[in-house]
Design a binder for this molecule. Sequence first.
Ligand SMILES: NC(=O)N[C@H]1NC(=O)NC1=O
Ligand SMILES: [Zn+2]
Ligand SMILES: [Zn+2]
Length: 505
Amino acid sequence: MERTLLQWRLLPLLALIAALFSIFFASPRSFQGINRCSLLPHDHYWISSKRIVTPDGLISGSVEVNGGIIVSVVKEVDWHKSQRSRVKVIDYGEAVLMPGLIDVHAHLDDPGRSEWEGFPSGTKAAAAGGITTLVDMPLNSCPSTVSPDTLKLKIEAAKNRIHVDVGFWGGLVPDNALNSSALESLLDAGVLGLKSFMCPSGINDFPMTNITHIKEGLSVLARYRRPLLVHAEIEKDSEIEEGSESDPRSYLTYLKTRPTSWEEGAIQNLLSVTGNTRIGGSAEGAHVHIVHLSDASSSLDLIKEAKGKGDSVTVETCPHYLAFSAEEIPEGDTRFKCSPPIRDAANREKLWEAMMEGDIDMLSSDHSPTKPELKLLSDGNFLKAWGGISSLQFVLPVTWSYGKKHGVTLEQVASWWSDRPSKLAGLHSKGAITVGKHADLVVWEPEAEFELDEDHPIHFKHPSISAYLGRRLSGKVVSTFVRGNLVFTEGKHASDACGSLQLAA
Ligand SMILES: NC(=O)N[C@H]1NC(=O)NC1=O
Ligand SMILES: [Zn+2]
Ligand SMILES: [Zn+2]
């Protein structure tokens, strides 16, 4: 008797607890309360768009996301009401839905030089620009990423501070290049591949490698099937005579210090060992990727020739080489200083031609900022200022704005910025809108124009040093999703930094 009474009293209480439980933990509102990684209170939803860029071409339809993964891609005509009755549908209308960009060449400078950029600001800028994965370069942080211990410092520094996914390249330097167990331990620790310089890097603890270092590095990389990225410039006599009275504020003076023969010489030297990467060669499985090509003449011809012979070689260029020309760089405007240098307008047109022909495989930002003091903006001395372009947030609109007149298609943009980079970095769960891949997505409006003035919210640390400031661009990023989390939309970021590390297994 007593027991039944107790049950009668307990039951309503239990029901109340159950109701409260369901309100707090199951409703969309409470989901938002606990998932601070996403601005969207849903884990399972559809995204509709009239222009979805898929590997099979542009479609009008919907993409279903569940648990951070793309679980279906359906054309509009095949999309039945029943499929979407119980889940959220976000309809972006005419805005383009594309795989998120993968930037395989960014210097985030963290730890050690986070006053130059840093993981939080750099990855926020990436999210605002539709970039869903960044691969961080091993130099400009302090120390450089050249060993398992220094990689560990990167991993620690990135913890809970990255708004998009991040992977790392390790450094191939004279200290580790001829020591296969040192390289193996760095590769075992999870770097996606290695990077080396054929000329001084400008960073003391990242010395340059010679061709023997590169050859040895490739033989280790072959076993891991990971790439070597190379800054291909080699020091030759400059066209400026010592002691001459050349004006350091003139861009032409700087251009003459790094002529095309520097790129050509390095590439010639580099390609003397890439034959080993051919099928049946001693370094089969390794791959050489030439970063930030600027010279569209003999250097490019050499690369084409090597590819023709079956060498495993790819090449990237950067939006700044496609947008700017030497002729238009104002006197003393060191925001445009980078290496290799931006060359003349005729070269820029040839770079575009190579992009359209497929001779250049992909794009990367080479976002390499510094403190404004080191850009020497008031001095305007091109020979002394830090070389590096700040562009991270704008690479998509820049590619589109300057590519339009060359007839660039949305599919090409997705190939240059997502598909090819995902393959280079071995990020096989990323890079395309297909079933089973991470739901890394960008929604953007190619037709929307905006003025990059002081009122435009810029998320990288030092907007004043960006050469893009003052430009009018077309292509506005509306939303960015990283593994299903809506990390950026309508100018706002999700509050928590929930990017994940992409370490090679
Ligand atoms: N250290 C570094 O970031 N260097 C980069 N800057 C640049 O303009 N080219 C580079 O390789
Ligand atoms: Zn470089
Ligand atoms: Zn770089």
